[in-house]
Design a binder for this molecule. Sequence first.
Ligand code: UDX
Length: 426
Amino acid sequence: MPAEKEPVGVIGVGWVGLVTAACFAELGHEIVARDILPEKVESLSRGEVPIYEPGLPELVEKNRERITFTTDMAEVLDRTRLLFCCVDTPPTYSGDADLSRVETVVDEIGDSTEHAIVMKSTVPVGTGRSINRRRPGIGYASNPEFLKEGSAVADFMKPDRVVIGAEQSSAAFAERVAALYEPLDGPIVHTDVASAEMVKLASNAFLATKISFINEIANVCEQVGADVTEVARGMGLDERIGPQFLRAGIGWGGSCFPKDTLALKQLAGNSGYHFQLLSAVIEVNELQKRRVVSKLQKHLGSLVGKEIALLGIAFKPNTDDIREATSLVLAARLHGEGANVRAYDPVASAHAAEHLPGTTICDSAMEAVAGADGVVIVTEWPEFRELDWSAVKDSLSTPLVVDGRNFLDRDAVAAAGLTYEGVGRS
Ligand code: UDX
């Protein structure tokens, strides 16, 4: 008879928590998933998934029998022993991570010696150690998530690696956590808690560095007449460099990179070390978001009264997430220059309006470009590549496209009679 699968508790049913709950349920575990918001728990219990993540609604629906959504922490403590902490840790005004929700979860578990917290929330290095010190009874393992929005289910089911950090006193819990991931076939890296916490922050900081690096190469390419897409291809074939995260564009955003790079910078600073490289990586990204404006000015002169169409609002395709999206910074900057801004996104439009004050949200790409003086590709949604560029040209007042993601077929756009301006491709 196969061994019974360990029940799993999930605390905080946001994006990470829901993906974790659905994927462990798919692997055959009973899940008790707790969130403090009653409306969210009610709608999830009805099978309604409140976030856009490909494959997730289907997985939740398929495993509804195995997942209990509840607001009741006592039920989680009663039915499960391994509690995956997936609450958010947003940045405070200082840039440090706000750990208040994590602290509440720890306090709710109290001094239980039967339970272990498995920390999936991204926390500063040292958090696990301080929880261990305060609550020596509770087991503790750090198990950072490396999920990408838009492919989170696939990332969970086919991990590049699973990192589990634990101290000696929690070694048995760490083994039980490792056993949960065994069917997934990814390498399991066991470390101490602080190192696991650092793997997460360092990985995101490194990826952000890679993008800021290629963005700066792109900016130099514009100066010297090289094409960054060719440069990235040539660089990426070097196995030591690799082709991923070498797409130059108008900067990185989202719920992780901005928060985690800032958190690592702060962490280093608080420990007495000035992380100079990371500070530059963050600054380069801020400047990159604004370079689009000078590209528009190069062709249009003053932007006062000009109509600019932004295609894409989400921070990347396959998500409706607009947190730290380049579109928000860009729209504000364009308003500052006196332009009128319209924006369209295939999935993020619905909830974008409140975050884009003064911007007209359109129902289609063609509506956004009608009569505009320039189009900016902000997010590389596939439907933008398929646009009828001759029709776009006829619709525009000025036939100008700034491709912030080097995503369009440049020749097709130029053949339709538009002026094409990419990133690092002069
Ligand atoms: C990221 C990490 O990849 C993931 O491991 C972690 O768990 C959470 O943070 P995510 O925020 O979903 O995931 O987005 P990702 O696909 O990594 O892209 C981040 C940003 O970088 C996006 O704004 C994207 O447009 C940008 N990007 C990515 C580039 O500009 N160029 C690239 O080559 C790759």
